[in-house]
Design a binder for this molecule. Sequence first.
Ligand code: HEC
Ligand code: HEC
Length: 462
Amino acid sequence: MVSVLLLAAGTIDLNNLINYSNRDIPMYVLKDNTPPFNDLTDAGATLGRVLFYDKKLSANNTISCASCHQQEYAFSDPSIASVGLNGGFTGRHAMRLANSRFSDEMAFFWDERAASLEEQTTQPIRDHVEMGFSAINGAPGFDSLIRKMGAITYYPQMFELVFGTPEISEERMQQALAQFIRSITSFDSRFDSGFAAVNNLGQPFPNFTQQENMGKMLYLQTGAQGGAGCQGCHRAPEFDIAPNSGNNGVIGVIGDPATLDLTNVRAPSLRDLVNPAGIPNGPFMHDGSLATLMDVINHYDSIAFDPNVNNNLDPRLRGGTPGQGPPTGQNLQLTQDEKDALVAFLMTLTGSDLYSNEIWSDPFDANGELNYIPLNTTSVNEMVENQRFKAFPNPAIDQVNFSLPSGEYQLHVLGMNGQLVAQSAIRNGGSFMVSNLQPGMYIFHARSTTGEESFSKKIIVR
Ligand code: HEC
Ligand code: HEC
């Protein structure tokens, strides 16, 4: 049962959590950077949403994550640089956050300086320009933020709901923020309908125009095949960046034409580059230097390579033919029709849910007050149950692992009509192979052999 009970726009009811953890993700999406210790839960993502929109997480109560990552711009910023708490500007363009979960690359930021999404999420709070708990030049440090949050009524209760005790810590904030960001997905694009229909990237999609299908082939094929080679680095169907890419030849620094920055080797997923009306969700690249998709295509059409200027240009973009001297850069020689087709294809990667779904929207009112309904006693009991029985990962591909109070249990796996599909004996810390099950939703019911304890949980099998 999925209980989405929205009382008023932005009300958070802790007794009726929004479903974040069992949302539809297409079967063809396999990449997932969720670490085993931070599975997506409804309670965790709800806390993450509150943290994401709470301006009290900045030192002067004026900036939240959402100041720079705005839902109406696919969680990006229309400005080249974003403004932080004291009017200072960020050094790079704010990145879109949709589908951050679905990548092989684990590191975040344009230069991949954060080793994981968890590690990334509190860096803006510690940043002197962005949210200001930096402990630099007399600014407060992170410990003072934790004390501040401890005095805000909703936080201790929400941390208890998610983690079992009310303590607030940076690590717990990272986990909740990462869960919320991983919940932000976009899979209702025309690309998705087309791919679902033929299940083969190389086949023409029936819902595409001839131009869009041509753009898709140019995107997928390498330069040697007559294409533009985009798929080598931005890999469909997730459109995530390939790990270990070099830079793409965009090496500017915002506001400083004399300096080069060769370190930017990551891009967010190329989904939702433009909004449903076709307008760019902010300028492109780390320095926001390309305003339109045609500017992007023109950049890739001809990229100069001089090892003395940019020794970190990705080898795939250096051009050249073996035996014909050192490479001097990529020269695709795309025709105008081909460029138009590539732009048309990139525009098919936009959905609409991302921009309008309330589950990712601001739960604070105009006065900065959170509208929320605290936990009642029944919910508190359920919460305790949930802490005692954990089954993860969810969705599961190979196996489901269990964390239970110690003892022997009989596990029953039931289909959604209640039919018994499999059973097995498990104990605390045990696991169950699901690779033989048909993809779908199952109820995992564990009952202690003494009959004293029983738990159940819905698990999606891929
Ligand atoms: C003042 C503007 C600003 C604020 C506030 C801000 N961000 Fe960002 N965000 C940025 C910029 C700019 C970048 C790219 C920075 C870079 O790569 O050096 C970024 C990058 C990111 C990324 C990396 C995405 C990727 O694909 O690598 C994530 C995730 C993120 N921000 C989450 C958050 C969270 C969570 C918060 C709140 C705790 C937050 N941001 C607050 C501007 C901001
Ligand atoms: C060798 C790897 C590589 C190839 C090939 C490549 N890209 Fe990129 N792309 C990147 C990197 C790295 C970035 C981030 C660059 C930056 O901001 O400095 C990027 C950024 C982008 C962005 C901006 C994303 C944003 O959020 O602002 C777009 C759009 C894009 N690429 C489209 C394409 C298209 C279209 C092609 C094919 C014509 C292509 N790329 C080929 C590596 C690649």
